[in-house]
Design a protein around this ligand. Structure first.
Ligand SMILES: O=C(O)[C@@H](CO)OP(=O)(O)O
Ligand SMILES: [Mn+2]
Ligand SMILES: [Mn+2]
Length: 547
């Protein structure tokens, strides 16, 4: 149990942590959908309530460097755990640099598995250097190592990104990679890209939002069914011509074929490595490979017996996958766990697209609840979110208001997906509406918190809607397309995020400290203090100022 604070008994009502996904604070308003949005509630929060900026990217959230943008996994992990752990991106890079990955039993088993079968090793994963789910350098290192260890053939199934990297950058990754493989091919080793498709079209669904994507990925990677092309770069060129305006993440699936035959179906005796380190979008495809005859999410047609490994363990409760190349961060002592141990009832809510963020990521990549936790999921629409930028903000708000009014919970949390999911579309106008939807939601939720004598901490996990244009690398000004329009940016940003203390109960007694270098990991201790507990020893400092 957490210790009671000697000097402050905590507020009488509930504490509500509101995560506005993808809401960063940019240096300039140019290209910011947040600046362009009409948002009277947020404007008045910034004008009237204590607030500070928190670091939400790079080393502050356990990424390898401060060049790395933030993302939902590392952001929610840091908020929920109150600590910064070296995250998947850093752990995998280190394991490759030290060679520890090759000494691990999992790597040795996939190599042995491939060799005992047809000598084929498959790599499936996100194909970019975004470092949110994966990094292409990790893939390269594994291909080279497989060759050195005598694996005869490698087949790569490339999920085209355009969401963590510029929206039509696929060829910048594919062409050099194809040249890299061609060189290896000259050495007598057979390495080819075998299939692929946009990451939002196939394979990388999350939180059971749309299993059809995974089914289509299975058909593409495993069965080799679909439109055939001579190479991945030719596929991307042809598909762009056929579907003008389609950005990389939404490209249709493709199969690489020779003389009408797919070059890399997945067969009994092959080895398969899913090389994403991040779990949310890796779990469903992993289940399709690992589960037996009782798998009922779609008809696999054929379920080859393969030696399967994930890059990391994706779920510590479900122990998924069974075999993984690198140990995940050992996230311990989360606020949910310690609030549970202290008898604090907790409520978590979001819509499907972010539901796991406020539950599984928040709780340190664990899918089980702690005692006294209640989770509520609002089903997301399965549509391009620029067509519905309001998403489920209203329904999440309804659920939060009901939970606050029930009086059952001391700590509540929710995630509004809008700024992020619509920000990823690159659609500026829709992104302003996304921010407006969140503003409207706050205008409803905050009075309910007042009525319950509560306080809200309003924050975000990383930026996105705050920068909707790519910046020119040299001039640092928004880059333009040949037709003069701005180049849309779909990725997260490196900007800090706000932390606002919405407090109408303490009469000005409570404030926020502007701690040098403060980041998302300072939120857990702040929440603990607000409910009258001292922070857990492992947590970073509280920002609560009690005057
Ligand atoms: O959609 C996703 O998978 C990532 C971007 O790759 O976004 P977020 O981290 O906000 O979930
Ligand atoms: Mn996010
Ligand atoms: Mn995102």
């Amino acid at each position: 149990m957490l210790q009671k604070l000697p000097s402050f008994p905590g507020i009488a009502g509930p504490v509500v942590v509101i995560v506005m996904d993808g809401y960063g604070v940019p240096k300039s308003d140019v290209g910011s959908a947040i600046a362009a949005a009409k948002k009277p509630t947020l404007d008045s929060l910034f004008a009237r309530y204590p607030h500070v900026l928190l670091r939400a990217h790079g080393t502050a959230v356990g990424m390898p460097s401060d060049e790395d943008m933030g993302n939902s996994e590392v952001g929610h992990n840091a908020i929920g755990a109150g600590q910064v752990y070296a995250q998947g991106a850093a752990l995998v890079a280190d394991a490759i640099a030290s060679g520890a990955i090759w000494q691990g039993a999992a790597w040795q088993q996939v190599v042995a598995g491939a060799k005992a079968g047809r000598g084929v090793m498959h790599f499936i994963g996100l194909f970019s250097d975004g470092n949110v789910h994966s990094h292409i350098d990790h893939l390269k290192a594994m291909v080279l190592r497989a060759r050195d260890e005598g694996v005869q053939a490698v087949r790569i199934h490339a999920l085209i990104d355009g969401r963590d990297v510029p929206e039509t950058s696929a060829l910048e990754y594919l062409e050099p990679f194809e040249a890299f493989l061609a060189e290896l091919q000259a050495g007598g080793f057979d390495a080819q890209i075998a299939s692929g498709g946009g990451r939002m079209t196939i394979t990388m669904d999350r939180y059971d939002a749309n299993w059809k994507m995974v089914e289509q990925g299975w058909h593409t990677h495993v069965l080799g069914r679909g439109e055939q092309f001579a190479s991945a770069s030719q596929a991307v060129r042809a598909l762009r011509e056929k579907h003008p305006g389609t950005i990389d993440q939404d490209l249709p699936a493709f199969v690489i074929g020779k003389d009408g035959q797919p070059v890399g179906t997945i067969e009994d005796g092959d080895a398969v490595v899913f090389y994403n380190f991040r779990g949310d979008r890796a779990i469903e495809i992993t289940r399709a490979f690992e589960e037996g005859a009782d798998f009922d999410k779609f008809d696999r047609v054929r379920a080859p017996k393969v030696t399967y490994a994930g890059m990391l363990q994706y779920d510590g409760d479900l122990k998924l996958p069974k075999r993984f190349l690198v140990d995940p961060p050992a996230i311990r002592d989360t606020m949910s766990e310690w609030f549970a141990k202290s008898g604090v009832a907790q409520f978590a809510c979001s819509e499907t697209q972010k539901f796991g963020h406020v539950t599984y990521f928040w709780n340190g990549n664990r899918s089980n609840k702690f005692d006294g936790e209640t989770w509520q999921e609002v089903p997301s629409d399965v549509v391009p979110f620029e067509q519905r930028p309001w998403m489920k903000a209203a329904e999440i708000t309804d659920a939060m208001i009901a939970a606050v009014q029930s009086g059952k919970y001391k700590v509540l949390r929710c995630n509004y997906a809008n700024g992020d999911m619509v920000g990823h579309s690159g659609h500026f106008r829709a992104a302003t509406m996304a921010v407006e939807a969140v503003d409207l939601a706050l205008s409803r939720l905050l009075p309910a918190i007042d009525a319950a004598g509560g306080i809200a901490l309003i924050t975000a996990d990383h930026g996105n809607a705050d920068e909707m244009f790519e910046l020119d690398k040299k001039t640092k000004q928004p880059a333009k397309n040949p037709d003069g329009s701005f180049k849309a940016k779909t990725a997260h940003t490196l900007n800090p995020v706000p932390l606002i203390l919405y407090d109408n109960v303490s009469g000005g007694k409570l404030g926020l400290k502007a701690l040098e270098g403060a980041g998302l990991s300072n939120i857990a201790a702040t929440v603990a203090n607000l409910i009258g507990f001292d922070k857990h020893a492992a947590w970073d400092a509280s920002l609560l100022d009690v005057r």
